[in-house]
Design a protein around this ligand. Structure first.
Ligand code: PBG
Length: 328
């Protein structure tokens, strides 16, 4: 018999012991549930590419927010699906003070004052070109500075509607600073900014664009979203956003970017969030439906991996299911 002085398996010998020595814990406090909504009433429409995820009309959105709060979820992130007729190349609906998004923020906040409402700042839901910024009609370029002016106005309207956390998901340069400035000027010093700081141009956003019918009509998003070959650049984006006034920085997508999550978590002076995006969700759901993997085990393992990498919070379409079925 060999004498083995170090037996790592000793610490794994029972469930209780494994729980005692676990280095990472996942809680529903860490989770943010993204929600899609559209105009109308009593509408609950399944998104084809995202099994069990729906677009709700505002009445049902409010019911869902209440349900999530009762489940112990602390935050939701709201994404409007805007009627095609209201979209145009200048994305003017984004600044309509009576638009669907602002109404949703106000209604959810009124029904659930303790739920942290996060709202999205980018032009793609409102832009007939499907881009996050304005498209220059001559050059086809996505304009930065004229877009940032609109984004700042959007953020102010959202703060006025009651949003707790502004989430710029557009990747224009300088938008965090512009948003912070307009919030300060208008006396919203306590509205948070969770910046999509390291947001990569990714194939994993496909089902989300289907959910909002917001895929770019021409070109791709590579002139503003990050190149997936880059890592050091994520630090530059993060530092820029923190300097400009971001309270939380985000990495997106999640699973193929755990190295980026870890890098930012090690170097950030603010909490780091991660977005477990639509493509990641749908792959797991469809894989489980096909009998390839166990759904519950895959969800817990996936969400825990984000915590292990260093994320403080996770935006995930699994949030509701995790809180309902898997957190004990
Ligand atoms: C657009 C936006 C996207 C997502 C969130 N905000 C898609 C994109 O950049 O094209 C993706 C979220 C997901 O895939 O779950 N501003």
């Amino acid at each position: 018999m060999p004498i083995i002085s170090k037996r790592s398996r000793r610490l794994r010998k029972s469930h209780s012991l494994r729980d005692m020595v676990a280095e990472t814990s996942l809680s529903k406090n860490d989770l943010i549930m993204p929600l899609f909504f559209k105009a109308g009433s009593n509408v609950k429409e399944e998104i084809k590419s995202m099994p069990d995820i729906y677009r709700y009309s505002l009445d049902l959105l409010v019911d869902k927010a209440r349900e999530l709060e009762d489940l112990g979820i602390k935050s939701v992130s709201l994404f409007p699906c805007i009627d095609e007729k209201l979209k145009n190349p200048k994305a003017t609906e984004a600044l309509n003070p009576e638009n669907l998004n602002l109404e949703a923020i106000a209604k959810v906040k009124a029904a659930c004052p303790d739920l942290m409402v996060m709202s999205d700042v980018a032009l793609d839901p409102y832009n007939s070109d499907g881009h996050d910024g304005l498209v220059n009609p001559e050059s086809g370029e996505i304009e930065n500075d004229s877009t940032v002016e609109i984004l700042a106005q959007m953020a102010l309207l959202q703060a006025q509607a009651g949003s707790d956390i502004i989430g710029p998901s557009d990747m224009m340069d300088g938008r965090v600073g512009a948003i912070r400035k307009i919030l300060e000027k208008n006396n919203y010093p306590n509205t948070l900014i969770m910046s999509y700081s390291a947001k990569y141009a990714s194939a994993y956003y496909g089902p989300f664009r289907d959910a909002l019918d917001s895929a770019p009509k021409a070109g791709d998003k590579k002139t503003y979203q990050m190149d997936f070959r880059n890592k050091v650049e994520a630090l530059k984006e993060m530092e820029g956003d923190i300097t400009q006034g971001a309270d939380i920085v985000m990495v997106k997508p999640g699973l193929p970017y755990l190295d980026i999550v870890a890098l930012l978590a090690q170097n950030s002076s603010v909490p780091v969030a991660v977005y477990n995006v639509s493509g990641e969700y749908s792959l797991i759901k469809n894989g489980a439906a096909a009998g390839l993997i166990d759904l519950d085990a895959a969800i817990t393992e996936t969400l825990t991996s984000f915590k292990r990498a260093g994320a403080s919070m996770i935006l995930s379409y699994f949030s509701e299911y995790y809180a309902r079925e898997l957190s004990h």
